[in-house]
Design a protein around this ligand. Structure first.
Ligand code: SAH
Length: 485
């Protein structure tokens, strides 16, 4: 081998059978054979694995190696040599730069297959579920008929584009530069109209957009919420201050948009990339909008958590309700209940529902939502599930000698990190006949399913529900039943 010549070194490694070594800036031709967890294409070239963002399964692409590790690397898509049959033309011009829709270039049918496969793979690999059982329990994934314009919430940053013009859109990757894009095709069409009114108003009155670097300027973001069932619209301007000059003129213009129901300011003077400030100053109309999921009515304020895809949320909750198999008398727990959405759905068919949630404002919303729907069989606890549930169980035993706190059905809908072990442990102690697990991360779901299978529960049904078409995220609902009587 001749001095430091890298190619010779590679040749030498290859000679000894250690595989090809790729290096940065190499240009390679790769056939994409799989999707990664973030929707990126995965291909192999001479046994070396490359992850290539924006490449689609079935593509043959030319890629430039951006980062090379020993056994795998990351490539940038340079040219599509032969497009995959699953490739479609993205509807949004900014799909590749924005990064919000990782798989918009993939046909919707293939997106669903990919998401279902992701759930299945995790259950198999992490959950240790045997192939025959997976075959029996995996149901058809639940997709959307129209997988665009499904979001009821949009948060547009306001700034100046390259030419210095005021714009709403998204930040170009790793910069503070706004790429103008006033019509995100996942959002409702009226967003564009609202943004045009706000930007025009700002131009007229020389109201500056916020600059993250210098922590100067006023308008940071515009939050828009839309009630799909009611057509009510909420606009909330997030500002670096407490006062918007000429606010009356803006509200007058916005109020002319049909459906406008609530206009407010959110005060965020912090140097942070958290979007919303906690103080809300009402400017016009109500402080909330109303929406329905199924028969349940919800009041949604600027700071309320509310699922962003109402059409699929309904299917998700209906699946949870179907899996819960309620007859009307059952005691049900809804752990990680948020604003009580699932709890109230279940309460329609259960004897009693207990919800647990860590965010106090969410519990306030849950209680109010129960009240406005005339639901009196739901009760909510504020606190961490890993504290509330075990404490409830212990206190019950202490105050009811010889008895144990039980439940017929326990529903959990935890954040991405899944359930704490103490939550799972208490659930097993409470001996529910059925556990319904709603999950936004099938890897942690699989880990928790494994725990429960080892303690007397069996996996019975699994259904992926596509809450976020065009993105790599997938939600799913799982039913587990107690095996030991
Ligand atoms: N089921 C609700 C919300 C699910 S999102 C719905 O469908 O709308 C998960 C919820 O878990 C969030 O509301 C979050 O605030 C809450 N959460 C996160 N960690 C928690 C914990 N340790 N204990 C209780 N709730 C928690």
């Amino acid at each position: 081998m001749n001095g430091n010549d890298w190619r010779d070194l590679c040749a030498e490694y290859q000679y000894f059978g250690w595989g090809e070594i790729m290096k940065k800036n190499d240009i390679v031709t790769v056939t994409i054979e799989d999707f990664g967890v973030n929707g990126e294409g995965i291909g192999k070239t001479d046994g070396y694995t490359l992850f290539i963002k924006d490449a689609v399964i079935g593509d043959v692409v030319e890629a430039k190696v951006m980062k090379a590790k020993k056994n795998y690397g990351y490539g940038r898509l340079m040219k599509i040599i032969q497009p995959s049959k699953h490739r479609v033309t993205p509807r949004c011009f900014a799909a590749r730069r924005c990064g919000g829709c990782q798989i918009q270039a993939v046909s919707y049918e293939k997106q669903l297959e990919y998401k279902n496969q992701k759930v299945r793979n995790n259950l198999k690999r992490i959950g240790g579920i045997p192939e025959e059982l997976l075959e029996a329990v995996m149901e058809e994934p639940c997709g959307m008929e129209e997988p665009y314009r499904y979001r009821n919430k949009a948060q547009f940053p306001i700034g100046r584009d390259k030419s210095g013009k005021l714009a709403a859109g998204f930040y170009a990757g790793r910069t503070h530069q706004i790429i103008p894009c006033e019509d995100c095709i996942l959002g409702v069409e009226v967003n564009q109209k609202i943004l045009a009114v706000i930007l025009g108003f700002m131009e007229r009155h020389h109201i500056e957009s916020y600059d993250e670097v210098w922590h100067k300027g006023l308008v940071r973001h515009v939050l828009i919420r839309y009630g799909f069932a009611t057509d009510e619209i909420m606009v909330c301007l997030v500002i670096n201050g407490r006062k918007l000059p000429h606010a009356g003129e803006l509200t007058e213009k916005l109020a002319q948009i049909p459906g406008m129901a609530s206009i407010s300011l959110s005060v965020n003077t912090e140097k942070t990339n958290v979007i919303m400030g906690q103080e809300i100053i009402p400017l016009w109309g109500q402080r909330y909008i109303i929406d329905y999921i199924g028969k349940i009515r919800y009041q949604i304020s600027p700071l309320s958590f509310y699922q962003v895809n109402p059409v699929q949320t309904r299917k998700l909750y209906e699946t949870a309700l179907e899996y819960a198999g309620l007859c009307g008398e059952e005691t049900v727990w809804d752990v990680y209940c948020g604003i009580g959405t699932i709890s109230l759905f279940l309460a329609q068919k259960a004897g009693r529902v207990y919800g647990v949630e860590v965010v106090p404002q969410a519990i306030e919303d849950a209680e109010r939502n129960a009240e406005i729907n005339g639901i009196s069989n739901a009760q909510f606890f504020t606190g961490k599930a890993e504290e509330v549930l075990p404490e409830y169980y212990e206190n019950y035993a202490a105050s009811h000698p010889g008895q144990q706190a039980g439940a017929d059905v326990i529903v959990v809908d935890p954040p991405r990190k899944g359930c704490e072990e103490s939550v799972l442990e208490t659930m097993v102690q409470m001996r529910p006949g059925r556990i319904v697990y709603v999950s936004c991360d099938s890897a942690t779901l699989a880990r928790d399913v494994k725990y429960l299978r080892e303690r007397g529960y069996e996996l019975v049904r699994v259904r992926a529900v596509d809450m976020f078409p065009q993105t790599c995220h997938v939600e799913c609902v799982v039913l587990m039943s107690r095996v030991e009587k």
